[in-house]
Design a protein around this ligand. Structure first.
Ligand code: DP6
Length: 340
């Protein structure tokens, strides 16, 4: 019998960054993120009993470099759930965002793939039936595929890594009991460059192993997660903006004084940063920037101010953008299942 399942999982943007890891993808510090809505990977898994084949297609075509990751990921699942060994699998994946946008898709793709595996396991065994177990396991396996992917399994504001009694290094969880206004935030992803980054995530994290400020950084990031949580509970929007920006600049500062050193911002990224700060000062609106380990800038803002922010992007930021491109995204509700 042939069965299939499809999951859509979103990307996420870190507010407090995961930077540095040890052991089996254990983060050196906790992180916190907004789950996105429109930047999504869709993965369909079709399975039948057979002799352990894996066929992988990305947007209808074979993709050898990603296929290698998928085979490794399948092995990881099989070690825990041998029932997966004797299956013929067909995995078809596609992104809603253009792959030439310079937006990392590892979080959304590993999250959607992990959900498919978790679903198959729950169909073939009596494990993983309970809703929380299901998401926790899917998140902890997604973590093994790519650290930030474990945060893409839940909606709204998500945290990964130990910083209080409810959090874990193994899997991420939703930050509950925050004012609902945080679900009404936009993320305009400003495309400064769509070129591939000169340093992979894995190499980037490894830079922290010999970084002179590593211990200070891990402690500070842990304190910042608690601080941000408090700020968000109290809806202190300007404090939110200050902390999120400091955190993004710190990530880039760490990269700049790593050995070897990397400057991943482009002059256009800095141009945007200056404009954003001037706009916030001038208008008093809660609008701030964050960046991952690359030159593109995520502009975060309360959706009730979308009109003003859109005008600001179009009138002041377009000259800094590659072909004027930006992606209109916002905080979202997490993965969706499609039974097909
Ligand atoms: C700067 O999750 O891409 O975006 O675990 O090696 O796959 P791997 O790294 P990855 O690292 C993300 C780093 C970051 C910050 C963040 O998303 O928290």
């Amino acid at each position: 019998m042939v069965n299939s399942i499809e999951y859509r999982a979103p990307s996420n943007i870190a507010l407090i960054k995961y930077w540095g890891k040890r052991g089996v993808q254990i983060p050196q510090n906790p992180s916190m993120s907004f789950t996105l809505s429109n930047s999504v990977t869709k993965t369909k898994m079709t399975w039948s009993e057979g002799d352990s084949q894996t066929l992988f297609l990305f947007e209808g075509e074979s993709n050898p470099s990603f296929e290698e990751k998928i085979l490794k990921f399948r092995k990881t699942w099989e070690e825990k759930y041998p029932v997966l060994k004797n299956l013929d699998l067909k995995i078809e994946s596609s992104n809603t965002f253009p792959h030439s946008a310079g937006i990392a898709s590892s979080a959304s793709s590993m999250a959607s793939l992990s959900l498919c595996f978790a679903h198959v396991v729950s169909k073939l065994t009596n494990n993983l039936d309970h809703k929380n177990d299901f998401l926790e396991q899917a998140s902890s396996f997604a973590r093994l595929g790519s650290g930030s992917a474990c945060r893409s399994l839940f909606g709204g504001v998500v945290t990964w890594g130990e910083w209080n009694d409810e959090t874990s290094n193994q899997f991420a969880s939703k930050v509950d009991a925050l004012p609902l206004s945080w679900n009404e935030w936009g993320d305009a992803i400003l495309i400064v460059s769509s070129k591939e980054k000169p340093v992979s995530s894995r190499e980037g994290h490894a830079l922290m192993d010999s970084h002179p400020y590593a211990e200070t950084r891990y402690k500070e990031a842990t304190d910042r997660v608690s601080q941000l949580h408090q700020i968000m509970k109290e809806e202190r929007l300007m404090d939110f903006c200050d902390l999120v920006e400091k955190e993004a600049l710190e990530l880039h500062g760490l990269m700049m004084n790593s050995t070897p050193s990397f400057i991943l911002m482009r002059p256009e990224s800095l141009g945007i940063i200056e404009k954003v700060r001037a706009f916030r000062k001038r208008t008093g609106l809660p609008v701030c920037f964050t960046l991952d380990a690359g030159p593109n800038v995520h502009l975060l803002y309360a959706l009730k101010n979308k009109e003003e922010v859109k005008n600001f992007i179009e009138s002041e930021l377009t000259p800094f953008l590659e072909e004027g491109r930006w992606i209109d995204d916002k905080v979202g509700n997490g993965p969706e299942i499609n039974h097909g």
